[in-house]
Design a protein around this ligand. Structure first.
Ligand code: MEV
Length: 304
């Protein structure tokens, strides 16, 4: 039996702008999806959603990953158990973490010898198979772990900063939000293009602050980034309530992460402030999760 795990991710800066080729900084976080894989006489997939065979409605990502892995091994008898610390559909890369972790577990169970680059590419293909569109960022960051400047994929170092996530528990559609931004851009091209380009510049300044471990500047830049995300219509009342409550308790900065419209916000806070920030997010109606940035990408945890 093989147990693997892969991390979720947050955007420190640059979501939406990255769709138009601007810079973004994306970080793997310590919340992980664990996948157990063992030989079986048929395909069985178990998760909080229940038990199924190869089933593209109940377990689309695992089913698509199994199908893709058939290119490398005869994956027709396997039992998969999924256990995730990531809230689903909240912009934290839960589907990428599940996909990448499943591929790695099958890779080791069937001795396919896939490299990390191959796993990231295959994960991207699986997300395409399921969603019909996907950004390669989530699967890449989940596979490699760490902090990346996009689209260049330059690796950055950022240690010891507390991240408090606030989940609004409101699902949103990435496709719809990306389309809304595109429509706004068509309607007001000069204004929206300059907002997206300014977000790219914020990321560029953010990279400098990340490299210097200057959390105060990172936080201020996150707040400016949030203002601009609001201006292009991807904020929400619930996100703003969590963001302002986190800031009021001394977070360096707070913003939405991912597509917005619901989903999650993130607050960057000194270790001494994470409890207060977390309590404030809870009082404002969110579900707080305190985590950290991690360098640990997809790994095999146990082999038996
Ligand atoms: C969604 O997690 C991030 C967006 O920038 C879309 C994308 O990059 O694919 C909104």
């Amino acid at each position: 039996m093989i147990t693997s795990s892969a991390p979720g991710k947050i955007y420190l800066f640059g979501e939406h702008a990255v769709v138009y080729g601007e810079n973004a900084i994306c970080c793997a976080i310590e919340l992980r999806t664990h996948v157990q894989a063992e030989f079986n006489d048929h395909i069985e997939i178990n998760s909080v959603l229940g038990r199924s065979g190869l089933n593209f409605e109940k377990h689309p990502y695992v089913s698509a990953a199994i199908e893709r892995m058939k290119e490398f091994a005869p994956v027709d008898g396997v039992k998969i158990n999924i256990n995730s610390e990531l809230p689903v559909g909240s912009g934290l890369g839960s589907s990428a973490a599940l996909t990448v972790s499943t591929i790695q577990a099958l890779n080791h169970l069937f001795h396919c010898g896939l490299s990390l680059e191959q796993i990231a590419d295959l994960g991207y293909n699986v997300e395409w198979d399921v969603q019909g569109n996907a950004s390669p960022t989530d699967t890449y960051v989940s596979t490699m772990g760490g902090v990346f400047m996009l689209p260049s994929r330059r690796k950055l170092e950022l240690n010891d900063c507390g991240i408090v996530i606030g989940d609004t528990k409101k699902n949103s559609s990435t496709k719809k939000l990306v389309t809304n931004v595109a429509e706004l851009k068509n309607r007001f091209p000069e204004i929206v293009t300059s907002i997206l380009s300014t977000i790219g510049k914020i990321t560029y300044c953010g990279e400098y602050s990340v490299c210097n471990g200057d959390y105060e500047s990172i936080g201020k830049l996150m707040n400016i980034n949030q203002g601009l995300l609001d201006s292009i219509g991807v904020g929400s009342l619930e996100l703003s309530q969590l963001i302002y409550s986190a800031r009021s308790k001394g977070a360096y900065g707070a913003k939405l992460t991912g597509a917005g419209g619901g989903g999650c916000m993130i607050a960057l806070a000194d270790a001494s402030k994470t409890v207060d920030v977390s309590d404030a997010i809870k009082s404002a109606g969110g579900v707080p999760i305190t985590t950290n940035i991690t360098d640990k990408g997809v790994v095999v945890e146990t082999k038996r």
